[in-house]
Design a protein. Structure first.
Length: 515
């Protein structure tokens, strides 16, 4: 080949490579084909009695005053429409004895919380306080009973105490200030019973679960919605899936939900890495490990479909989020950590994954709501700030109970050190008023993406949106700079003849509304 022809070929190749790199991400949204509702419970929170979550986070007192619920925290959580709050744990639930937390506060029995290094829980926050909290949040109660360290009788009596319309336990409840039965829509039968909940094999837990579930009888008009502990998604995938399979096979008909846990951990368990001091390698790893959630759900769903093709049993992701090393200077057993733009992008990615599996995933709980792990709120004395993750929940609340819209996405890759993940993630829904919402996440911390969205099956004429982004991967809010990362209007969307073109900046989470 003559030299000039070779040159021309190289030039052509370079142009093609450049064009491919710049080619827009392509999304097709079928606005008239949605059949599945995105359960609002996917946007749930986890409120374990751990570290500074309940005490300081929700429940506080001045030196001279009585204990009380924090109005500021409740108000902020109402804004993001928290649909349910899982309590009292977590591992704590497997140590918790509900009778210690009812009756006059002065008479309550304190306990040393063994799994938290013996820290003393005075039990001033108990059953009635929790139910007042969820009522003020406008959320549903999700109580996890003690299996590993408790007894069938204890759990059964708690259930009866809460829900019985009449009888000795209802009388006791009335004496403690609540004559009417409480509403408790969700009931967990243990937590992580492969680990802190009794270190059981799947076979053993399945038998134990059935025994406990049998005694959670319909009380008055309340049928217990019984949730079994699912596998350890953070560990070996094969073991987690084996646990899911055993539970479905041995106890499927006795359960309404199966609660799988998965944490995004960047380093090895003993050195997870700093929440704020990290580089692109740790950013990329977080994205890659979050993508695992998609596979884990898909594989769990396949197993569940075999035993439950009608999809009656909810797949619940009762604990998810980033788990970093604790903040320097804090009690390491309190799991207190900062929250950056990386956590926000991971949250957006998770929520898109949950939405896209809405036919099986009907509930999920971020670990955890306040001051613990990937929290949406941090408190210090009587002040509080919201984290970048909070703003993602604020953006995505439009998906709650909306109809999932089938969406097809072709994204180029975000590549780091020879490994890749799709650069852009998206999910879409239509609300009761016909408004379409599309949530998009650009995982790439270095480069923006142009996204071309074709809307099929519905005429749209206006676009608006909001965006969360920041100049650096490590950007976060502090008590000195509480608004360093916050939502702003997104004006980079153009609509023309049913085609929406969006310019997503690097490391951003965007939700657009189309009418
Ligand atoms: O969220 C912190 C802990 O992580 C929970 O107590 C436990 O369920 C999980 O292992």
């Amino acid at each position: 080949m003559p030299r000039s022809a070779k040159l021309a070929l190289v030039l052509l190749l370079l142009v093609a490579v450049h064009a491919a790199a710049q080619a827009p991400v392509r999304v097709v949204v079928n606005a008239d084909l949605g059949t599945t509702t995105i359960s609002r419970h996917i946007y749930g929170q986890f409120g374990e009695d751990l570290g500074r979550l309940i005490y300081d986070g929700f429940w506080t007192k001045t030196d001279s005053g009585p204990w009380h619920l924090r109005d500021d925290v409740i108000e902020s959580l109402r804004r993001i429409r928290v649909p349910n709050l899982r309590w009292p744990g977590g591992c704590f639930s497997e140590y918790y004895h509900w009778r210690d937390g009812i009756g006059p506060v002065r008479d309550r029995r304190p306990m040393a919380v063994v799994i938290r290094g013996g820290v003393v829980e005075d039990n001033s926050f108990g059953t009635h306080e929790y139910l007042e909290l969820v009522q003020r949040l406008g959320a549903d109660a999700f109580i996890v009973g003690n299996v590993g360290g408790g007894a069938v009788e204890e759990m059964t009596e708690w259930w009866q105490y809460l829900t019985a319309p009449a009888g000795p336990l209802a009388d006791e409840r009335a004496r403690n200030g609540h004559p009417a039965p409480f509403t408790v829509p969700f009931w967990g039968v243990g937590n992580e019973n492969w680990g802190c909940g009794g270190d059981m094999s799947a076979q053993t837990y399945a038998a134990v679960y059935r025994r406990y579930a049998e005694f959670l009888r319909t009380s008055g008009n309340t049928r217990a919605f019984r949730i079994a502990a699912g596998g350890n998604g953070t560990g070996e995938e094969a073991e987690a899936l084996d646990w899911m399979e055993t539970m479905m096979r041995e106890a499927g008909p006795a359960m309404d939900g199966l609660d799988l846990h998965y944490y995004t951990v960047v380093g090895p368990w003993a050195h997870k890495g700093s929440a704020t001091d990290f580089g692109e390698r740790e950013w990329f790893t977080a994205m890659q490990r979050t993508e695992r959630m998609d596979t884990l759900i898909a594989r769990s769903s396949t197993i569940m479909d075999r035993y439950d093709p009608q999809k009656r049993v909810w797949l619940i992701i009762g604990e998810w989020g980033m788990w970093h090393d604790p903040e320097p200077g804090t009690n390491p057993r309190f799991y207190q950590q900062q929250n950056t733009m990386r956590d926000a992008v991971v949250a957006g990615l998770h929520l898109n994954i949950f939405n896209s599996h809405a036919d099986r995933v009907r509930m999920a709980n971020l670990a955890q709501a306040v001051n613990v792990l990937q929290s949406v709120i941090l408190t210090h004395g009587d002040t509080m700030i919201v984290t970048p993750t909070y703003w993602v929940f604020d953006l995505y609340k439009v998906h709650q109970d909306a109809t999932l819209l089938p969406l097809d996405i072709k994204s180029d890759a975000y590549t780091f050190d020879g490994q890749s993940v799709p650069a852009v993630s998206a999910s879409a829904s239509k609300d009761r008023d016909g408004r379409i919402h599309i949530s998009l996440v650009n995982l790439d911390p270095n480069r923006g993406r142009t996204v071309r969205v074709e809307i099929r099956g519905q005429q749209v004429s206006s676009v608006s949106g909001r965006i969360l982004t920041a100049a650096t991967m490590q950007a976060h809010n502090t008590f000195d700079q509480p608004d360093a990362v916050q939502l702003v209007d997104f004006r980079e969307g153009r609509l023309s003849r049913g085609i929406l073109t969006l310019d997503l900046p690097s490391k951003s989470v965007v939700v657009v509304e189309l009418r």
